[in-house]
Design a protein around this ligand. Structure first.
Ligand code: HEM
Ligand SMILES: [Cu+2]
Length: 563
């Protein structure tokens, strides 16, 4: 296979040194194929999702009764810290990077990522992060206990006096995960800017690619702040510097700035690719072009930009002055404009469409409903008077779980089902998929809805015991949590059985438009025999022009009228 020499396009300087994976062992090797790496990310992160889920089950078990009786308080602190960290750094980030790895080169008509080796190195740092974090359970004093945000002075306490303790290992793991993500960001931005197939202008890129591009730009400008903050905290903790230690004249609020300058935009690093997944799924299962393609594309970039100027909304009660709270309240509310545009576009896409309620569509619809709910509580939280009242209560925990479970995790499930046939060459079982969806949808609401009244009544977060009057809603939340835990069983069963012996998948089972559906399932090592030449817009459902000038006929004719 030769590369077509097209000006301005960089091709991987290394030839893939392997065949298409023929058995599962190859997924455990150092591969530079973006598709293998994508699946490596997905399977690894799902494993950690289960680990984080077990921590959640322990917490919900503890919270069944007002007393602290199931685990001792140190363990409980370790549980919520590790649960939050694992869910963010080892589940949502890497799984979305997994999809981006798998899909971006296929969607833009490239043979691989710009830097395939860097890509593999970035992936192999993820298990290292995971081993460090889990390893912290075995050092004296146990795992980090200061929560995922790790504010000093709490995070500077070191009761055991050991140089190597849970908090130190945790900070190292966070720093390594930052380095891995920076490598990924450089790779994604280069690939998307430089390696698009001829004819694919920016406004012919699929929205998933727009979502990844915007998210990775945030990584580039935000991650240095977090990494710097983590390293300074590490120095305070190990060699006795005093950047953040108030006892030695340091400024702990400064850490909050470093932390949130990255960690607020980071929520868009997660949510933008999920929005992009919605934009890929709704048109296919509604048989309609995406409403307002250009505006939706631009709104991703707008969200990324605005995200950089809102971080202080996490610090309304950190001694922030009144005028500053007002400024950040206004900038925060601005985020709802581009976000609202997207929601409007999805609803307009579904509206009057011929809906096919397959499992991916069910998950995407459920996720959209829960996102709207999370958006409403989000606007409430952005407003200073409300936040001052519910800050650090379960209201906040309820809000962000509607985002992180209701929207992000459900959106990830939608994506897994949607691209499963492409990735594995097999179909999943629709009936098991639907069982999974209903358990997850009911479980999410039972689990996280009660957290809102709890928070409004004043129940604090990060506590193992609480006043007896909060028990009723806590029991409901715990039952919902256990249901949610159980909902993963039909999913795992379905994935494993279908991957081994599911029905063979056609190249384009959903009759979708997009380059990834024009290649075989699973795609060959270098994706395309011939680099495609793009001649029309994405999402042309109901139109009749073909997508490419040279690839084999793209099933367009069958899409036009009947569906
Ligand atoms: C069965 C599903 C889940 C249950 C039952 C659950 C439950 C909980 C509970 C009880 C807390 C502690 C709240 C507190 O004391 O502040 C918590 C915190 C948290 N959860 Fe979850 N959760 C679930 C899924 C998820 C998922 C999927 C994510 C992310 C993708 C996530 C991210 C977080 C984060 C970031 C925290 C904050 C941790 C901290 O304060 O340091 N959770 N969760
Ligand atoms: Cu924020």
């Amino acid at each position: 296979m030769t590369n077509v020499p097209i000006e301005g396009i960089i091709f991987p300087n290394e030839k893939p040194n392997h065949e298409s994976p023929s058995n599962w062992k190859e997924y455990f090797s150092f591969s530079t194929d973006h598709k293998v790496i994508g699946i490596q990310y997905l399977v690894t992160s799902f494993f950690f999702f289960l680990v984080g889920g077990i921590f959640a089950m322990v917490m919900r078990g503890e919270l069944l009764t007002p007393e602290s009786d199931l685990v001792d308080r140190t363990v409980y602190n370790g549980m919520f810290t590790m649960h939050g960290t694992v869910m963010l750094f080892l589940w949502t980030f890497p799984s979305l990077v997994g999809f981006a790895n798998y899909l971006v080169p296929l969607m833009i008509g490239a043979r691989d990522m710009a830097f395939p080796r860097l890509n593999a190195v970035a992936f192999w740092m993820v298990p290292v992060v995971g081993i460090l974090m889990m390893g912290s359970f075995f050092v004296p004093g146990g795992p980090a206990q200061a929560g995922w945000w790790s504010y000093p002075p709490v995070s500077l306490q070191n009761p055991t006096g050991n140089l190597i303790n849970g908090q130190v290992i945790w900070l190292l793991a966070v720093a390594i995960s930052g380095v891995s993500s920076i490598m990924g960001a450089v790779n994604f931005v280069t690939t998307i800017v430089k390696m698009r197939a001829p004819g694919m202008g920016f406004f012919r890129m699929p929205l998933f690619v727009w979502g990844v591009l915007s998210a990775q730009i945030i990584q580039l400008f935000g991650l240095p702040a977090l990494t710097a903050g983590a390293v300074m905290l590490l120095l305070d903790l190990t060699v006795g510097t005093s950047f953040f230690d108030p006892a030695k004249g340091g400024n702990p609020v400064m850490f909050q700035h470093y932390f949130w300058f990255y960690s607020h935009p980071a929520v868009y690093v997660i949510i933008l690719p999920v929005f992009a997944i919605f934009s890929e799924i709704f048109p296919v299962y509604s048989r309609k072009p995406l409403f307002g393609y250009k505006v939706v594309a631009i709104s991703s970039i707008l969200i990324a930009l605005v995200s950089g100027i809102v971080w202080v909304h996490h610090m309304y009660v950190s001694g922030t002055s009144g005028w500053m709270r007002l400024v950040f309240m206004m900038t925060t509310m601005c985020v709802s404009v581009p976000t609202g545009i997207k929601v409007f576009a999805w609803v307009a896409t579904i509206w009057g469409g011929k809906l096919r309620l397959h499992t991916p569509m069910l998950f995407a619809l459920g996720a959209l409903i829960m996102f709207v709910f999370a958006g409403i509580t989000g606007i409430m939280l952005s407003s200073v008077p409300v936040d001052v009242h519910v800050n650090n209560t379960y209201f906040v925990v309820g809000h962000f779980h509607y985002v992180l479970y209701g929207t992000v995790t459900m959106g990830l499930y939608a994506a897994i089902y949607h691209w499963f046939p492409k990735m594995t060459g097999r179909m999943y079982s629709e009936s098991w998929g639907k069982i999974h969806f209903w358990l997850a949808f009911i479980g999410t609401n039972l689990n996280f809805l009660p957290m809102h009244p709890l928070g409004l009544q004043g129940m604090l977060r990060r506590v193992a015991s609480y006043a007896p009057e909060y028990q009723f809603w806590n029991v409901i939340a715990s039952l919902g949590g256990f249901l949610l835990g159980m909902s993963t069983l039909p999913f795992i069963f379905n994935m494993v059985i279908s991957w081994m012996q599911g029905e063979k998948a056609p190249d384009n089972p959903w009759r979708a438009i997009g380059l990834e559906w024009l290649v075989s399932s699973p795609p060959p090592v270098e994706n395309f025999e011939e680099i495609p030449i793009i001649i029309s817009e994405p999402y042309g459902y109901g139109k009749s022009e073909p997508l490419t000038a040279n690839l084999r006929e793209n099933s367009h004719s069958t899409l036009t009228s009947a569906d």
